[in-house]
Design a protein around this ligand. Structure first.
Ligand SMILES: [Zn+2]
Length: 94
């Protein structure tokens, strides 16, 4: 998706439509930030550090949390108190 947008932006640049190209550049860079954030959060969830988010990671997170009287958010993986009603990180309702 982003690759295609960059291609369109480059094509618009070639055609001299720099204003239009800049708008697409802006959209791309905003979405790049979103992607980077997503990857950053996934790092936290990757409990066994194998670079992939799998069911094993969620099991490990749940085991770790149970040992400290905490529970991990099923949505973002953040640790919350066992009696928390809402995730302090993403606001997910337990
Ligand atoms: Zn959460």
């Amino acid at each position: 998706m982003i690759k295609e947008l960059i291609m369109i932006a480059n094509r618009l640049d070639e055609l001299g439509l720099t204003k239009e190209a800049n708008i697409i550049d802006d959209i791309v860079s905003k979405n790049m930030n979103k992607l980077a954030e997503l990857v950053g959060d996934q790092h936290k969830i990757d409990a066994n550090k194998d670079g992939e988010i799998t069911a094993e990671d969620f099991e490990m997170l749940q085991e770790n949390s149970a040992a400290y009287g905490k529970k991990s958010c099923p949505k973002c993986g953040a640790e919350n108190d066992a009696d928390a009603a809402v995730c302090h990180n993403c606001g997910h309702l337990f």
